[in-house]
Design a protein around this ligand. Structure first.
Ligand code: ATP
Length: 138
């Protein structure tokens, strides 16, 4: 079964229970879960690929503004299925095109878009190891 990394971001942590219900209802198994307060260094490492983007400092400030809930989700084609349940990065687009998605329901801006999902099997492996170094991936 494929695994992916989900993060409930600080602006949606109050809705974590409801989001977890959506995850289970969609057929995922939550294999691991961990609530963490990221340091700036950890957030910068996690989002290193975005370090030259104009929104980088906003993103790091936001991701370290409160606890996040990191989860390993398992399902057939989990990476794609979780991105679908998440909805588009832009909350405005999510509301317009996928009103039932997590970002449409719980996102508040393009930065504070409620949750994260790995974008490929390779990123999922790296991101799962970042939060859960001991997890067995295969
Ligand atoms: P994530 O990696 O969190 O699942 P994503 O893959 O849909 O999101 P990325 O392009 O990887 O989107 O951007 C990472 C994060 O940076 C986004 O989730 C969002 O919080 C923030 N972000 C992306 N684009 C913008 C933007 N144009 N303005 C502000 N913040 C942005």
């Amino acid at each position: 079964m494929e695994k992916t990394l989900a993060i409930i971001k600080p602006n949606a942590i109050a809705n974590a229970e409801e989001i977890e219900k959506m995850i289970i209802k969609d057929g995922f198994t939550i294999v691991q879960r961990r609530r963490v307060l990221l340091s700036k260094e950890q957030a910068m490492e996690f989002y290193a690929e975005h370090r030259d983007k104009p929104f980088f400092s906003d993103l790091i400030n936001f991701m370290t503004s409160g606890p996040v809930l990191a989860m390993v989700l398992s399902k057939d084609r989990a990476v794609r299925a979780w991105r679908r349940l998440l909805g588009p990065t832009s909350v405005a687009a999510a509301i317009k095109k996928h009103p039932d998605s997590i970002r449409a329901r719980f996102g508040s801006s393009d930065t504070e878009n409620a949750a994260h999902g790995s974008d490929s099997a390779e990123s999922a492996e790296r991101e799962i190891r970042f939060f859960f170094p001991d997890v067995t991936l295969y």
